[in-house]
Write a protein that binds this ligand. Sequence first.
Ligand code: MRU
Length: 339
Amino acid sequence: MLVGGKAYRAVNWHGGGDGAVQWIEQRLLPHRFEQRLSADPEQLALAIEQMQIRGAPSIGAAAAFGLALAWREKRARFFDHWLPRFRATRPTAVNLFDACSVMERCAAGEPSAQDMIDRAVAYADAEADANRRMGLHLAECLAVGERRILTHCNAGWLAAVDWGTATAGIYQLAAAGESPLVRVDETRPRLQGARLTAWELHQQGIECRIQADAAAAWMMAMGQVDAIVVGADRIAANGDVANKIGTYALSLAAREHGVPLYVAAPSSTFDAGCRRGADIPIEERDDEEVLFMDGIDGDGHMRRIRVAADGVAASNPAFDVTPWSHITAIISESGPWRP
Ligand code: MRU
């Protein structure tokens, strides 16, 4: 999608067979737009762990590219070190494991370095194309008078290589000449909504308003939300959806107020091996994310400030599970799935 009128992807292969992986350093947004370039697979693994690259399809694509680098640079340790290394970077988004399995199967055929790069590029391209097609299906749902759209976290192109998952429908709606208003939950503790989604929408010229997470239910009660659209990190076989913490609370309020809740996710997010939501591993992250906040000061310097009293502890589950019965439809590239 566009940044300053120029097209970018969250993560991509840069150059030919002797090229490297390029990604957007998401921790700096919206204050600084910088890309990173590396041919070292460990740098890719760290970028996922440190959330320079984040969002389910983007971390899947990053792992695919990282494993292509590992095959080219450090092949002897591909199976015993690099596959487990990438699988251990984050636990909840199943796209990561899907991408690792795709690259493992490719490597089992003793391919050339170029074959592995081509496989990773094809994986990322397929994710971007799935999002584009998903967006067309989602836009059809949203076109029925549902134009004040609430979204949570960043389910945009930064999270999903290109187009986004939830935002793909919004971008397709805007491309069709509609004027959606997007209500963006700030999404504590890391503020992916305030920092990333609002920035993305602004870059595409789409009207949006950031709101405190706690305002969401009240905005629904006031009739200010026509539909909710979120992404997913893992969808169990029974349709339960793991997504950013706060999605479950949104689903409860949506039910109470009769607001449709759509989940947008490509097929790489479906985990047929996971029977129900209770089986999905939920990432518990460092309590510093709750106790401190990052931002930019008046002189343009990135700063970290403590917001809680010294010595106070925090809990920080990064995801929750929304039961299938709370969801109006899950939209994938093959169309809508309803309960
Ligand atoms: O912890 P993050 O920022 O990686 O979490 C991302 C989300 O929860 C997104 O909503 C999710 O990946 C779905 S959209 C691609």
